[in-house]
Design a protein around this ligand. Sequence first.
Ligand code: B12
Ligand code: SF4
Length: 530
Amino acid sequence: MEVKTQMMENRILYVRLPCNPIFPIGVVYLSDHVHKQFPNIEQRIFDLGTVPPLDYSSALDRCIDEFKPTLLVFSWRDIQIYAPVGGRGGNPLQNAFEFYYAKNPLLKLRGGLGGLRIFIAYYVELWQNQGLIKRGLKRAQKYNSDARVVVGGGAVSVFYEQLGKSLPQGTIISVGEGETLLEKLLSGRDFRDERCYVAGETQPRKRLIHEQPTPIEKTACNYDYIESIWPEFNFYLQEQDFYIGVQTKRGCPHNCCYCVYTVVEGKQVRINPADEVVAEMRQLYDRGIRNFWFTDAQFIPAKKFIADAVELLQKIVDSGMTDIHWAAYIRADNLTPELCDLMAKTGMNYFEIGITSGSQELVRKMRMGYNLRNVLQNCRDLKAAGFNDLVSVNYSFNVIDERPETIRQTIAYHRELERIFGADKVEPAIFFIGLQPHTHLEEYAFKEGILKPGYDPMSLMPWTAKKLLWNPEPLGSFFGEVCLQAWQQNPNDFGREVMNILEEKLGCADLEAALTAPLETKEKQLAGVS
Ligand code: B12
Ligand code: SF4
């Protein structure tokens, strides 16, 4: 197949597909990178996250008529909406649980109806986004018959195999970071060795997502340039509560059984030079931004990256940006007192710890590599350093081998975190794992006969969704009922209510039991799966 990339890609339109208004850092970085490699190429950013739904098509048409792109870069951020909070179509977790577990027929019906609403919203959004891609291409081809489409972003990285079937023939479908793919495409080189495939022409290579990304040296994003190609940039500057994304590194070396980040970004951690990160933050700071989200899969992925985090935070202190706040996913087993001090000093005011369970035994079985004892000690250091803000602790019950005993251990662990930070400061975020393709948990589900290879991970049909929303029996119905009771009793403080109900029903273990994992029993471990 001839690679048709010569001379045509001289006007690039980046379209961020509809999304909650999260700063579209992906297209910002891509366009910045392309500009640095090809300063003469004309580019424009168009963010459908800032457009009202009824205007999506007409706004896209207008933008294409005006800009006449030769290359359309569609960025699709998220598809999956299982969350314990109100999503775009309601509270998906609550509806699903009411439908699956409620004994009261009226509640079951309500869950069914709510679920139906979410089901419809989900498929409408899928069709709508695919429709926008097709429409955009057709419209662009009116002006340039050779116009071409590339799609990428978080959602595409997770569901690249499925999306190929519904996108126009010739669409380049990209997994993970897109900088080198665009670079090759624009310079007319063969791009097919990048993590991508062409819809209707090739099949994705087996294990494509497990291929390592091509490393790039990241420099500070040039926001003067970004401002010049993105007429709506100001949207994100006006509201004071936006956390603007800044990436400080890529990659995560861990193996947590349910996580796909480690394959999307790769296991190799690549650190962006601290001076460049600070220079990027400075440009945003000078435009009035005070809240930053370090969008790394993990801000401190492992002990050996502590020095990099210290260097970055020290440079932020030295820069004099003293009135900022920042948030990130933090592996709290990798902190030192020095790092804790710097975190508090530089204004970290929110972080998420994804320990998943407070039982060391289960944490080990889920291959998470966390030492829960260290996490507690580091949290004490953080508190001593003056951190007095919100911590979200992500728990996912019932992933593997959960038992009343391990639930009691999680309660004990959580209560200790509350003693450290204050009960009002520790928010238990109760997730149920949404099973994702290319994870160890998926392999485990195949091995256990829960799912069959070839299943559709994007399906929201109730029988598939019930398996993907991971909450297997024998404890599945028990958790279902506990969650329903929590929504009924205290819908505004769901996580804490779940913890209280579990403690009432099952009690609380000794903290020491939570922190000590007995010797492993080989067969039950996910470690035996791959
Ligand atoms: C940080 C993060 C968050 C932060 C964002 C903070 C912020 N202010 O930015 C928070 C915690 C708020 C968050 C929330 C959610 N998130 Co999130 N998040 C991430 C994470 C870890 C990094 C995203 C990021 O910004 N990366 C840095 C930027 C630079 O990368 P990027 O945007 O992906 O862009 C790069 C590539 O994707 C690619 N690219 C992007 N577009 C295009 C286009 C083309 C053509 C090409 C070639 C390449 C390309 O190149 C870019 C530059 O390298 C990813 C997982 C991951 N490791 O990627 C999940 C992820 C994006 N989140 C996801 C989801 C689902 C959510 C939620 C919807 C969860 C929920 N159910 O509530 C919520 C949304 C909340 C809301 N308000 O709507 C999913 C989306 C896929 C899916 N499953 O549907 C991801 C992929 C995680 C996952 N495995 O499921 N998230
Ligand atoms: S859950 Fe966090 S630590 Fe584990 S592999 Fe994913 S990003 Fe890395």
